[in-house]
Write a protein that binds this ligand. Structure first.
Ligand code: DQA
Length: 146
């Protein structure tokens, strides 16, 4: 079965309480439930993780490469400046695995510093601006491409 790591960066553990006007009222636990349902429908094996730690996120991308898992990645604020995460993400796509960058909000419609993604150029593709549905669309893209 196609394996997918659904990886989430800093502050996404606070979904539901953090800026609900931007990110909605649902929590990370709700996201886990939705991903479990969607992955069942798509016939993929998806695991949701979240960390505030850049090194841990980098190591999860190594794990994806070593185990042949595809990746749905919400890099959160690391999107905009983390070259270490970018280099690790490049290893995933260079290994022939799919990596979809996702965002709950649409960073292009927000502050200027969010308009730059250092991850986008090494991702397979990006889905942004559809709330939690961004993850569903990303999982569909992985299932279709993997
Ligand atoms: C985000 C957008 C980022 O700019 C922000 O730093 C986040 C969340 C999103 O999902 O919309 O933490 O990645």
């Amino acid at each position: 079965m196609t394996r997918v790591l659904v990886l989430n960066g800093p502050n996404l553990g606070r979904l539901g309480v953090r800026e609900p006007d931007v990110y909605g009222a649902l929590s990370l636990a709700d996201l886990r439930d939705s991903v479990a349902r969607w992955s069942g429908e798509l016939g993929v094996d998806a695991e949701v993780r979240q960390t505030d730690d850049e090194a841990e996120l980098v190591h999860w991308l190594y794990e994806a490469v070593d185990s042949g898992a595809h990746v749905v990645l919400n890099p959160a604020a690391f999107t905009h400046y983390s070259y270490s995460l970018r280099d690790a993400a490049a290893m995933v796509t260079k290994a022939g695995l799919v990596l979809v960058e996702v965002h709950i909000s649409n960073p292009m419609a927000r502050e200027e510093f969010r308009h730059t993604s250092v991850i986008g150029p090494v991702a397979t593709g990006t889905v942004a601006g559809f709330g939690f549905d961004s993850y569903r669309l990303a999982l569909r893209a992985v299932a279709a491409k993997a």
